[in-house]
Write a protein of this length. Structure first.
Length: 335
């Protein structure tokens, strides 16, 4: 028996019966921004949650409030390495493990590709052995710098295979391929979600994403760094809305996806920066720098499929979500 399996066996050895739980769920990347919110949501639904993370971009502080919950277990493990949980029956797997911002995934691009290939194969192998349903957290980046706007699920994308973002963009595309091949060849029960820009509490301060960058620069009255002319667009979904969409997809019967989950309200990055300056009462000025290679000019999801199939659409407007996110970063800065 592996060390990880021995650790998890203790959950049941102390008399906690699996029958007390709705499901036993493995969340990879569970200590990250999205993963920690998902773990909390699943625990609140009465599930047994196994949170797996190598803490490269995740943080124990994101899950500290969950550690005392007897239904929660944390494993420090990288999905690229083999994992055996054969003495425990896993019902569902949410695979969120992968650096998600350019600053993070370009630190070690080869390892990013491995997470989306070797790591994904490892997780699909567990799903196959356990006959568990497995969800892949894919991304809007599979569409690349889109020639179709807004992006629908049948759009094949405009993605560079050789640029600095390819380790993530192409990695996620291969991960989707692996999921559908395991479904066709091995009858693995899969779900694939394409996540668009998401923000909210527990974002990493230094993750390089525009929302966290702009907020922290504004709170410190520093110049706000705008790459390009600021006219490029994004659509920002608040984390609570996204988690609800993920959960609905995972628990939708006879439905694989892929499906877009995001907020279709498109704004320019210049508009975003100006809103954040206003909401923080900041004295920051906007400074312009060259646009990075392969950075998409437009990003907006078409969510008609999600509305029809899942009965889902975002509820939190940008102003409300930004205020909550600003409050979070203000609280973190005071610690």
């Amino acid at each position: 028996m592996s060390g990880l399996s021995e650790t998890l066996s203790l959950v049941y050895a102390v008399g906690v019966s699996k029958m007390n739980f709705e499901k036993t769920i493995l969340v990879t990347g569970g200590a990250g921004f999205l993963g920690s919110h998902l773990c909390e949501y699943l625990l609140n639904k009465g599930n047994q949650v196994i949170c797996l993370d190598n803490l490269f971009t995740g943080s124990k502080s994101n899950i500290q409030h969950l550690r005392e919950n007897p239904n929660f277990r944390f494993l420090n493990h990288d999905i690229i390495e083999p994992l055996y949980l054969d003495d425990i029956m896993i019902d569902q797997i949410y695979n969120l493990a992968c650096p998600a911002s350019p600053v993070q995934y370009q630190i070690n691009p080869v390892r990013t590709i491995k997470a989306n290939t070797i790591g994904v194969i490892n997780m699909l192998g567990i799903a196959k052995r356990h006959r568990a349903r497995i969800l892949q957290a894919s991304t809007s980046e599979v569409y690349g710098d889109p020639l179709v706007h807004p992006q629908t699920e049948d759009y094949k994308g405009n993605v560079s295979t050789t640029g600095p973002r390819a380790c993530y963009d192409e990695g996620k595309r291969v991960a989707e391929t692996l999921f559908f091949d395991y479904n066709r060849q091995n009858k693995v029960d899969i779900r694939v979600i394409r996540i668009f820009n998401t923000y909210g509490p527990r974002m990493a301060k230094d993750d390089g994403r525009v929302v966290s960058n702009f907020i922290n620069q504004a709170l410190n009255n520093e110049d706000i760094t705008m790459y390009g002319d600021g006219k490029q667009t994004r659509s920002f979904c608040y984390v609570e809305d996204l988690i609800e969409g993920i959960y609905r997809l995972m628990n939708k019967e006879d439905f694989t996806g892929p499906i877009n989950i995001g907020n279709p309200n498109e704004i320019t990055l210049l508009d975003l920066a100006e809103r954040i300056i206003r909401l923080t009462n900041s004295k920051s000025k906007i400074v312009y720098k060259p646009l990075p290679k392969d950075d998409p000019k437009q990003r907006q999801p078409n969510i008609l499929y999600a509305k029809q199939a899942l009965g889902w659409e975002p509820l939190v407007d940008l102003e409300t979500g930004l205020k909550k996110t600003i409050d979070y970063f203000e609280s973190v800065s005071k610690k």
